[in-house]
Design a protein around this ligand. Structure first.
Ligand code: PRF
Length: 371
């Protein structure tokens, strides 16, 4: 994997990340296809929104259909029919948020499968092995993310455990280095500045191909999240990509890029789309609202997305109210396309040296709204 840093504007960075399955233009937003599917959206439609890379999950795929089964079928790219880059999360975060009877100890996490009730163990070594079976272009270390607010002692314990797991993941990943696939470390430490610094410094000393900031957007106010990014980003090597995990709203993305983040992922565009919320250049539009019942206007006549440009709001309102699958599909595409257009605008602005002005314009259009 090769990261080329093309331009900077303040702390914002324009770059390009070469993976075995193609190039990712950064700053990048990765839509989330948790179970090897972008719920209701074809891969060619995901590609048409402008997405270069997608995220999928170790946790779900190890339980069903199984990592070794996907490997037998040619790996995750062939299995699901997405030929571009794939980043896989390591599973620890999903274990903590989705499974019952979970236990964390030095060896890893043990939990009860939500699929068949079986007891499953996930160690740092197994997390790397699963991501090898999947053939993900970017694998993540196993880590422990603590929800905020939390006691310092708890944040300290989880951060140190994550550092030891980072070492073990790195060792387990050594045979993969020649493949061009990458392993990213994850900075933890919650909202504690000293812990964040210690985590970032220790991981940088271990020398990973990229660095994620985890443990944010887990219950803290946005200003705390931004303060942590401001502490951590300057400690990370400028020649490696920086990934803010599980973030966020369009406003989070603009503010994250302004602080030097290169990659993001979030379920918001697809999950909120399924629930009737459309993201547009002029802010979010809740299509469930009765005021759209007789509105013939499209969501945004200037959008590069055909659905946003052409489909009447009244029809989208009807589809969502009637529980039609097409409504969820349409809004998922509209939203992924909006997030990609937003990122393209940020990339263009960094390249042109007008990031701050552009960010202010984007924010002002949301504030004005149109409806
Ligand atoms: N760790 C991992 N995945 C994650 C997170 C984390 O801290 C987050 C936190 N926002 C989202 N996804 N491995």
């Amino acid at each position: 994997m090769k990261f080329t840093h093309l331009a900077t504007d303040g702390a914002a960075r324009l770059g390009s990340l070469e993976t075995p399955h193609g190039t990712v233009r950064t700053p990048a937003f990765m839509p989330v296809g948790t179970q090897a599917a972008m719920k209701g959206v074809h891969w060619h439609e995901v590609r048409e929104t402008g997405a270069d890379i997608v995220l999928s999950n170790t946790y779900h795929l190890m339980l069903r259909p199984g990592a070794e089964r996907i490997q037998k079928l040619g790996g995750l790219h062939a299995f699901m029919g997405w030929s571009g880059p794939i980043l896989t999360d390591s599973g620890g975060f999903q274990v903590m948020s989705l499974s019952e009877l979970r236990k964390v100890d030095e060896s890893g996490v043990t939990f009860r499968s939500h699929v068949d009730g079986a007891i499953v163990a996930l160690s740092p070594e197994r997390a790397v092995e699963i991501q090898r079976c999947l053939g993900s272009d970017i694998a993540m270390q196993l880590d422990e993310c603590v929800a905020l607010p939390a006691e310092t002692a708890e944040l300290d314990r989880a951060m140190r455990l994550s550092l030891r797991w980072a070492e073990r993941c790195k060792r387990a990943f050594e045979p993969d280095l020649a493949s061009g696939r990458a392993l990213f470390a994850i900075v933890q430490g919650g909202d504690d500045v000293a812990l964040r610094r210690e985590s970032a410094r220790a991981l940088v000393d271990m020398d990973f191909q990229g660095y994620a900031i985890g443990g944010l957007a887990v219950g803290e106010p946005q200003e705390t999240m931004l303060a942590m990014i401001e502490e951590v980003a300057p400690l990370l090597p400028t020649d490696r990509p920086r990934y803010l995990m599980g973030v966020g709203t369009p406003d989070d993305l603009v503010k994250g890029v302004a602080r030097g983040i290169d990659m993001f992922d979030c379920v918001l565009p697809t999950r909120n789309g399924r629930h009737g919320l459309a993201y547009t250049r002029c802010g979010p539009v809740n299509l469930k609202n009765a005021r759209h019942q007789e509105d013939p206007r499209p969501l945004d006549p200037e959008s590069p997305c055909r659905i946003a440009r052409e489909v009447p709001r009244a029809y989208l309102h009807h589809l969502i109210r009637a529980g039609e699958a097409l409504g969820a599909m349409y809004l998922s595409i509209v939203n992924i396309a909006y997030f990609q257009t937003l990122m393209q605008g940020l990339r263009d602005a960094i390249g042109a040296g007008r990031f701050a002005d552009h960010a202010a314009e984007v924010t002002a259009a949301w504030a004005r709204g149109d409806v």
